[in-house]
Design a protein around this ligand. Structure first.
Ligand code: TXD
Length: 444
């Protein structure tokens, strides 16, 4: 197989003709995009990549496109629009085109201002709101505690929604915090209106709901110690969402994450593509930061993903991790890597121990906001999310952390990476443990 680099692209002129079987490095693709070099395949387009296969979720609107025979360089990878999250791949590295679903009909910013039903907030400030039908774009966050309030602020600061609604059982808490957060809008430069309350009817029409209601860990507690208390809360929240936000995509944060996400799916009765959990994005960013410190590079130069469960059975497949374009296993020795994975797994407890009261919330809220914004802006990102396994990786019927293509309506597909047999076995063991714990939920 011939592999061409950026220098070959630079020397090619306006058109680069490639024999089938020739590969371009990601940098070469980037360079082709930058220079506007058109790429033509002699004898047909390349076969889909062996590295990863993607399964569409049943009932989802997306299905994998057939690769065209001739593809312009821009179609091979327009970095900002098509790259998956920097958590998984180096910033701007193009996702293999065969894995990229067609861009969803996401409303563009200019549609906001032109929208006939533009709310005062949006029309005054031009925030990126309004759905395809011109209705205001709304997100909700249930649980106005540390994670919830911070997530609401992060969502507002992104200036994508017309309104972010914060809900909590404690009278006055959500409305007080929402008012306080909204008072920062002029300084923060966002137009999203923050409102708060106790009544789920305020979440009506929300496209996305982040659920951060529930007890956090205290020092010495495991995540599963929270199961009974938080299962009651999740059931209550699910009933509110079923009644008032039946079309929302729900992002669960409440611990124990895998079990609570499964419970939310069961209790809402929503399709699995609209119920997902946040843990992998957090665990991944923790690993990236720790690995970056060990390697002496920027955290966003590290690409990796944390799968499996949010806890003891977290799986960080090192075969998929990179620093820049170099396999992480070639950059850091085995002992260092093992120590990094262990520390990542224990990071939540490490923060809990230091805080002495409550658990982490800055990184968790950033992770939740990242998931919501990936969906809301139609960035076609692949992020590690807790999703209902569909047979990929030989796992089905259980919520577990897997690489997930996110679309505007939730889970667009699960990406199957070429894991080593040991990594695959570890992932399957994690799923089996989660399945056992889910069985026990029925009695809680
Ligand atoms: O990676 C992850 N998924 C996590 C999970 C990372 C960090 C925190 N994680 C979990 O999120 C944590 O173990 C908890 O289960 C939740 C929320 O953590 P947070 O630190 O925000 O807890 P707080 O500050 O105690 O806030 C919880 C809020 C509080 O204001 C309660 O009044 C509210 O939840 N609450 C409710 N709101 C609405 N409806 C109901 N029924 C309800 N019950 C409690």
């Amino acid at each position: 197989m011939t592999v061409l680099g950026a220098a070959d692209v630079e020397a090619a002129g306006p058109v680069l003709r490639l024999e089938t079987g020739t590969r371009l490095t990601p940098l070469a693709l980037e360079r082709a995009n930058e220079l506007g070099v058109r790429i033509e395949w002699i004898g047909g387009a390349p076969a889909p990549p062996k590295l990863a296969q993607m399964r569409p979720v049943p009932g989802n609107r997306w299905s994998p496109p057939t690769p065209p025979a001739t593809r312009a360089a821009a179609d091979l990878g327009d970095p900002p629009a098509r790259s998956p999250g920097t958590l998984l791949y180096r910033r701007g590295a193009p996702l293999a085109p065969e894995l990229v679903p067609p861009r969803a009909a996401t409303p563009v910013r200019s549609a906001v201002i032109a929208a006939p039903h533009a709310s005062v907030t949006a029309s005054l400030c031009g925030c990126g709101g309004h759905g395809a039908d011109g209705s205001p774009r709304r997100a909700a966050v249930v649980g106005a505690g540390h994670v919830g309030a911070t997530a609401a602020l992060r969502l507002a600061e992104a200036d994508v929604f017309d309104e972010v609604v914060l809900l909590d059982v404690v009278e006055g808490l959500a409305s007080g915090l929402a008012l306080d957060l909204w008072h920062s809008a002029a300084l923060g430069g966002f137009a999203t209106r923050l409102t708060g309350g106790t009544d789920y009817s305020a979440a009506a029409g929300a496209e996305y709901v982040v659920v951060a209601a529930g007890r956090p860990r205290q020092p010495g507690m495991s995540r599963t110690d929270l199961t009974a208390a938080n299962a009651t809360i999740v059931r209550e929240v699910a009933s509110g969402l079923r009644a008032h936000a039946p079309d929302a995509v729900v992002v669960v944060i409440t611990n124990p994450l895998d079990e609570m996400t499964h419970l939310m799916w069961q209790e809402t009765g929503f399709p699995p593509s609209r119920v997902l959990g946040m843990a992998g994005v957090l665990d991944t960013t923790r690993f990236c930061s720790l690995a970056a410190a060990a390697a002496g590079v920027r955290p966003d130069a590290v690409s990796a993903l944390a799968l499996g469960s949010h806890g003891e059975e977290m799986v960080v497949p090192l075969s998929q991790a990179r620093i820049g374009y170099q396999a992480i296993e070639r950059r850091l020795d085995r002992a260092t890597l093992d120590a990094l994975v262990t520390r990542t797994r224990d990071s939540g407890a490490e923060v809990v121990r230091l805080l002495e009261k409550g658990s982490a919330y800055f990184a968790p809220s950033a992770a939740a906001a990242r998931m919501v914004l990936a969906m809301a802006t139609g960035r076609d990102e692949v992020l590690p999310c807790c999703v209902l396994a569909d047979g990929s990786y030989g796992i089905s019927g259980v919520y577990v952390g897997l690489p997930t293509m996110l679309g505007p309506h939730g889970v667009a597909g699960i990406v199957e990476l070429d894991l080593t047999p040991a990594e695959l076995a570890e992932l399957q063991r994690a799923a089996a443990s989660i399945a056992e714990r889910i069985q026990q939920l029925a009695g809680v």
